[in-house]
Design a protein around this ligand. Structure first.
Ligand code: GLN
Length: 447
């Protein structure tokens, strides 16, 4: 633990941690040491893990990187935290992220931007930017993030680590601050596939506190990694042929495809013609859900309160106006709009239908193929400030990650080395619902 405290101190300027849990982590380390000596320690004994600052840990602040929850102490632990603790992982601190997980660059955090350790003038990605940088700069062994539309995969891609988002419903969301509940899923950022497998094995599975979690048995992911079964891999043609795709990213993905072929997998190119609908559908549905989820922050139930207000309405208004940042407000307004009478059918309900189409199309592709391939992001990490003026540019960059989120399927971002400028490149693999083993074993043999 001393090593990681030291690493955190050395990399403080990257702004990855919102808080280091010095006391509880030290205490845990001592307890686990004693257990190890007695031979009674859990599966994750000594694994030092950082958690995204939207995951509740009893007795610790959980802020969602928002002024709204700046001083909010969680009265209970999320299921994922409980499971980590039961298996004796050490939780070292809470990691910076975009405010309420809304963003793709970690620039919307109330606590400031996270810097990419590969180039400090560039973003870490988001929204789990702190999680990605903490693993990248070895400030913890692994980190938890949440992925609603790419927030684990894209920062992992920008920082050269492995970002794994399981099937929607594989891991409990109990105690995870909601952004868009029909999309949100906890995922892992690690530097090895075996760590991702081991963590998933501990985190996945039914939970009486979250009825959306599947009761399917949890495979021993860490034991199926060595499977070398040959896979049918389909490259989503339009995602690779797009002019918007950075040239070096494309070359690295093509080289990865060659390697899959050399390894004996069958690779084909398939068409996915709904690409243009992904980003609009995702942003209509997630903002709608967000506007509803975030209505609980009213200055009364939780968090920040304006103390000068003279009436209840004024209290709601000013607490929300002062507690939320600009991006969060933009999304609440957009969400309230698409849900409002008169626009509901044209936007929200239509988007639900398009989501269904997207999901069905992907399921058909996955009937005849084991794995789908696409980029994670159109470019490597961009410069801090480069995209903040234009939210639409930022939203469009989510095009490749929101697909798996809309369909609810598992997806992983894998590192492909660096470009000439030293920035990490990556590839995305996706598979059928609850087929995480396939993704993990293929990733393991590939890397
Ligand atoms: N960048 C996407 C968004 O802003 C994804 C966020 C996430 O997955 N939490 O919504």
């Amino acid at each position: 633990i001393a090593y990681y405290f030291d690493q955190i101190e050395k990399h403080q300027h990257l702004n990855a941690f919102n808080e280091v849990f010095f006391n509880s982590a030290k205490k845990q380390a001592e307890e686990i040491q004693a257990k190890l000596e007695k031979g009674s320690a859990g599966k994750l004994a000594g694994m030092v893990i950082g958690i995204k600052d939207n995951i509740c840990y009893e007795g610790h602040v959980v802020s969602a990187s928002s002024k709204m929850l700046e001083n909010f102490v969680s009265p209970y632990s999320s299921t994922v935290v409980k499971r980590l603790l039961t298996e004796d992982a050490i939780i070292i601190g809470r990691l910076n992220c975009d405010e309420f997980a809304m963003g793709g660059s970690n620039e919307t955090s109330y606590f400031g931007t996270v810097k990419n350790a590969a180039d400090e003038e560039r973003v870490a990605g988001g929204s789990s930017g702190g999680s990605a940088v903490a693993v990248q700069a070895d400030m913890c062994l692994a980190a938890l993030g949440t992925d609603t539309g790419g927030s684990v995969r894209q920062p992992a891609a920008f920082c050269g680590n492995i970002g794994f988002k399981p099937t929607y419903g594989r891991i409990s969301r109990y105690g995870v601050i909601a952004y868009a509940s029909s999309f949100d899923q906890v995922g892992t950022l690690t530097s090895s596939v075996s760590d991702a497998a081991l963590l998933l094995e501990v985190l996945a599975g039914a939970d009486e506190n979250d009825s959306t979690v599947s009761s399917l048995p949890v495979p021993k992911y860490s034991e199926v990694l060595s499977s070398t079964a040959k896979k049918k891999i389909a490259v989503l043609k339009e995602t690779i042929e797009s002019d918007a795709l950075d040239v070096e990213t494309k070359e690295a993905i093509l080289a990865a495809i060659e390697k899959f072929k050399e390894d004996g997998h069958e690779v084909s190119y398939v068409s996915f013609d709904l690409l243009a609908y992904l980003v609009p559908t995702y942003y209509i549905l997630t903002t709608a859900e967000a506007s509803s989820n975030l209505s609980r922050y009213d200055g009364v139930h939780y968090g920040y309160r304006n103390t000068q207000a003279q009436s209840l309405n004024q209290l709601y208004k000013s607490s929300r106006a002062e507690g939320f940042g600009e991006e969060v407000k933009r999304r609440i307004m957009l969400g309230a709009f698409v849900l409002s009478a008169g626009y509901y059918d044209a936007y929200y309900q239509k988007a639900q239908k398009v989501r269904r189409l997207i999901r069905e199309k992907i399921e058909v592709l996955l009937q005849s193929h084991d794995v789908l391939v696409s980029p994670v992001a159109p470019t490597p990490a961009f410069k801090i400030g480069e995209n903040v003026q234009d939210p639409l540019v930022m939203y469009m960059a989510d095009i490749y990650t929101v697909l798996a989120s809309l369909a609810g399927i598992p997806a992983v971002a894998l590192p492909l080395g660096n470009n000439k400028a030293g920035l990490p490149l990556s590839i995305q693999l996706m598979t059928k619902h609850f087929n995480e083993q396939a993704l993990l074993s293929l990733s393991h043999s590939f890397l």
